[in-house]
Every structure is written in structure tokens, then in C-alpha cells.
Design a protein around this ligand. Structure first.
Ligand SMILES: [Zn+2]
Length: 350
């Protein structure tokens, strides 16, 4: 299946949420996402700019097209109302308590983003309610654990790090899992210049080097924390993976063709400075005595796909929805009002 087809069919509700959040925010003159978040907008009821109440089978003439066709200045106006000035939305709070570090955020980036929806990603950014937890003193194990259903981690601005996709050749469970960042260039899944895009439920997340975030760090190289508690740095190092040479196997169950980076399985770990989880041990500014840590690289795997520690359950991802389920996700009620927030599982991934 083509990812673009899938996402186009699953995002009708996301369009309307986008409309509700953006239009209400712009009209009310609220100072940014925090305000929109507090509105507890009902995405289905507030604004419906589609002419037909039924979900469009054809993605033409939808709200996403309307947004895409807006003049740049109008789009920027609405987007800035939604996302806010860069330094006004860094609402992530990172606190240390007991044996844990807690990262709470609304998931909105503290930097400009690309246009969402766009032709490769039909979803609009919306506020989430994250409450992640990582051990303060993670312990490195003797062998790696595949990330599986865990997010890789969370950035210091509260945006999830989730390099895997939900797209496979031959269906889920196939070894041929598609990569969001390919050798032929970005854009297939609508990534922006921070190598990020948006889930059907509005969750903005990083697949690769978060350039917008890095620009805000003032020289610090600490990008975030992996789900197992080890820090993630941007150091300029290269990973120890390389494209395999030659062609993929032929026959049933294989996409065929040459190893070009379309799939994670197109790469092989060849050894080098970084281990198979993109990790290494050295002294860092935050850990002057040295620590095991991960590195975000400009080449595969970009962010680690495995852990050398034990991931915390707050990073476990809900089972990926069916196509219908993805569409229904947009109908979930808004954020809880009042009361303590439970540890919330991150959304299914795209
Ligand atoms: Zn993604």
C-alpha cells in the first residue's frame, strides 16, 4: 500500500481538528497553543469547513488542500497563532524526583515547523498531554533490546522521538519496514526540516536530526532522553550502519530492487565508533565522569532503534490502529479537565 493513500483516507477528522484549533485560536486572539489547549475544543463540533459531512474517499478538495493552498502570509499568521512564537511554547517541564526524571509536555515544538498538513502528511499538529518518566541512573545491560513498541525517547522540548514508521512491505511483521528518511531525500512522508511530521492524532514527532530544536539549544548537545533514561546527544558522529550492496532477495515476500534505504533492512551494522543502538560511552558536559549515551546521526538509524537499558513503560506505544481506527482517533474527547493526569501512553505511530 502507498503510505500517502493510507494517510489520506485516515485523516478526515484530523482536518477538522486542525480547523477547530487553528480557527478558534486565530479568531479569539489567544496567545498560542496553551490557550488553544485550554479551550478543550471539540474537534467535531466547533468548526466543520468541509462541504460534505461524510468522510471523503477522495482526498481532493479537503481542508488539507485548503490549508495547503493558503497564501504564505495567511498561513504563517494562522500557524503562529497555533504554534506561537518560538520561546513561548517551550512548555516542557523536566523534574527530578526520587529515582526518576519526569518529562511533562504538550508535545508542541519550541521551534518553527514545516507546513502540516502537507502532501506527504495529511495531519495537523495539535497539543498532546505527555507525562514521561525515565530512571535517573539507568543501568547498561550486556545486550540490546529492540525498541519494539516503545518510543525511542523524548526530546528536551517535550517532543517525542519516534524514528520507526508503521509502513511495511508485505504488512506488519514483515522485515521490510519502511524508513521515513530515505536516500532519495525527504518528503515522502511529509517530514519538515527538523525531520519531523505528525501522527493522525496531531502528535508532532522526530524521525531524525531535530534541526529546529538544535538551533534553540545554545551550544548544548543534549537533545533528549531515551526511554531507558540514557541521554541522547547530537555530536556530528556518523552511525556504524551502511547500506548493503546489491539487490534485495527476489520472490514472494520481498520488495525486490536494490538496497537503497527505503527499508531499515537495507542497512547492515558494520561496526565503528557507535554501537548497534547508536550509543557510546564518553564524558559529556552533563556527565563529566562519563556516561553511556545515544547519538542522533544524519545517517541510518538516525535515532536508536534499540536500548541498552530498560525502557520505561511510559514510552510504550498503543497498538497501531486499523485504518478505520486511525480515523476514529480524531474523535476522542479532548484533554481531561482537572484531577491528576495519569501517565499517558503515547499514540500509535506513523
Ligand atoms: Zn512518523
Amino acid at each position: 500500500m502507498k503510505p500517502s493513500t493510507k494517510t489520506a483516507q485516515s485523516n478526515g477528522h484530523a482536518h477538522r481538528r486542525f480547523a477547530a484549533g487553528m480557527v478558534a485560536t486565530a479568531l479569539l486572539g489567544l496567545p498560542g497553543v496553551a490557550g488553544a489547549h485550554d479551550l478543550h475544543l471539540d474537534p467535531a463540533a466547533t468548526v466543520d469547513l468541509q462541504t460534505d459531512a461524510a468522510e471523503p474517499e477522495d482526498s481532493s478538495n479537503t481542508w488539507s488542500d485548503l490549508v495547503r493552498d493558503l497564501p504564505d502570509d495567511i498561513y504563517s499568521l494562522i500557524a503562529s497563532a497555533l504554534v506561537g512564537p518560538a520561546d513561548a511554547i517551550g512548555n516542557a517541564t523536566i523534574t527530578e524526583r526520587g529515582n526518576y526524571r519526569y518529562i511533562r509536555s504538550n508535545g508542541l515544538p519550541n521551534h518553527a515547523t514545516g507546513r502540516f498538513p502537507n502532501s506527504g502528511n495529511p495531519n495537523a499538529i495539535s497539543a498532546q498531554s505527555y507525562n514521561f518518566r525515565v530512571p535517573l541512573n539507568p543501568r547498561k545491560k550486556s545486550s540490546a533490546t529492540e525498541a519494539g513498541r516503545y518510543l525511542t525517547g523524548v526530546a528536551v522540548n517535550g517532543v517525542p522521538i519516534d524514528p520507526g514508521t508503521a509502513e511495511y512491505f508485505g504488512g506488519r511483521g514483515s522485515p521490510w519496514r519502511e524508513e521515513a528518511i530515505t536516500a532519495s531525500g525527504q518528503g515522502k512522508l511529509g517530514l519538515d526540516s527538523s525531520n519531523a511530521h505528525v501522527q493522525p492524532n496531531g502528535a508532532y514527532h522526530y524521525h531524525g536530526v531535530p534541526r529546529g530544536l538544535i538551533a534553540t539549544l545554545g551550544g548544548s548537545k543534549l537533545i533528549g532522553y531515551a526511554a531507558d533514561g540514557f541521554p541522547i546527544y547530537y555530536t556530528g558522529q556518523k552511525s556504524s550502519y551502511r547500506l548493503k550492496s546489491g539487490s534485495r532477495p527476489s520472490g514472494a515476500g520481498s520488495p525486490g530492487g536494490t538496497y537503497d534505504g527505503t527499508y531499515g533492512a537495507d542497512y547492515a551494522y558494520v561496526g565503528g565508533t557507535l554501537d548497534q543502538c547508536n550509543g557510546t560511552t564518553s564524558k559529556t558536559a552533563e556527565y563529566p565522569d562519563g556516561t553511556y549515551h545515544y547519538v542522533v546521526t544524519t545517517n541510518y538509524p538516525f535515532f536508536p532503534r534499540c536500548f541498552m537499558g530498560t525502557p520505561d513503560s511510559s514510552f510504550r506505544v498503543a497498538r497501531a490502529p486499523t485504518r478505520r481506527g486511525a480515523a476514529q482517533q480524531g474523535q476522542r474527547p479532548g484533554p481531561r479537565q482537572g484531577g491528576p493526569r495519569p501517565l499517558r501512553r503515547p499514540p500509535p505511530r506513523t
